[in-house]
Unconditional design. Structure first.
Length: 256
């Protein structure tokens, strides 16, 4: 028997059969049906030219050859498990990997900008490619074309199928130009409904932010729209526009 011509999955079946000495129990251990496990035993018997398991009354016993296989097979299985568990160590000070990250301009400014500054010190050889949120990011994650997507899972519940964790939270606040002729320190719902509104538009759907306003019964006069939260404060300067912007962004020093 040549190793190249052997189905190595049979070694897993052989390990279970030798340990359980019972086709039914081995099938449960392998999460296989009994017919498939019986078929594996038949193939193993042909390969080793030995019955391996023989019935003695109500029990199955190992043949002398099968007994001789137990120890070396166990060592082989441990070696394969160790091989599959090998992972390269990550040393940020010397690693030279390249990572592809997809994020909105808001997340890039608030979260990734300080990260990139830190990488210059702790991981000087690591390269990061930043891309805006694109329509096929779920497929790109599946194909391994992007390493990390930073996106609200509440907006895209299908992302729960991927490994994920919360990074930070934020809330939306109402913003206007700091010299707005009609708004002082406070803004009312009446003002929000009456003043021209700067809307946020998503790449592939109607804005969830404006959908939340509609659900709350707040009607706005949309006169301008943008696909970028970051430019909203810049657009508002010198205008009567009112907008809803993330609080972290509004406090990040953008001109008002």
């Amino acid at each position: 028997m040549n190793l190249r011509s052997m189905d190595l999955n049979l070694l897993v079946a052989l390990d279970a059969l030798l340990a359980e000495r019972n086709v039914t129990r081995a099938a449960r251990r392998l999460s296989l049906g009994q017919p498939a496990t019986s078929a594996a035993l038949r193939r193993l018997r042909r390969i080793f030219d030995d019955p391996l398991l023989i019935r003695r009354g109500r029990v199955m016993e190992l043949t002398p050859l099968a007994q001789a296989l137990v120890a070396p097979l166990s060592e082989v299985m441990r070696g394969i498990d160790g091989l599959l568990s090998i992972r390269p160590e990550f040393d940020p000070s010397s690693d030279a990997r390249s990572f592809t990250v997809m994020a909105s301009d808001y997340v890039t400014l608030i979260l990734l900008r300080p990260l990139l500054a830190r990488l210059e010190t702790v991981a000087p050889n690591v390269r990061v490619s930043l891309f805006p949120i694109a329509l096929p990011f779920r497929a790109m994650l599946t194909r391994g074309e992007v390493d990390l997507v930073l996106y609200p899972i509440e907006v895209e519940p299908e992302l729960r199928a991927f490994p994920h964790r919360p990074l930070f939270t934020d809330r939306h606040v109402c913003t206007v130009w700091n010299q707005h002729p009609e708004v002082g320190d406070e803004i009312t719902l009446d003002m929000l409904a009456r003043l021209p509104y700067l809307a946020y538009t998503c790449v592939d759907r109607s804005s969830w932010l404006e959908a939340e306003l509609d659900a709350a019964g707040v009607k706005v006069r949309q006169e301008v729209s943008t696909a970028s939260f970051v430019v909203s404060p810049l657009i508002q300067r010198g205008t009567r526009l009112v907008a809803l912007v993330q609080e972290r962004l509004s406090a990040d020093g953008a001109p008002g």
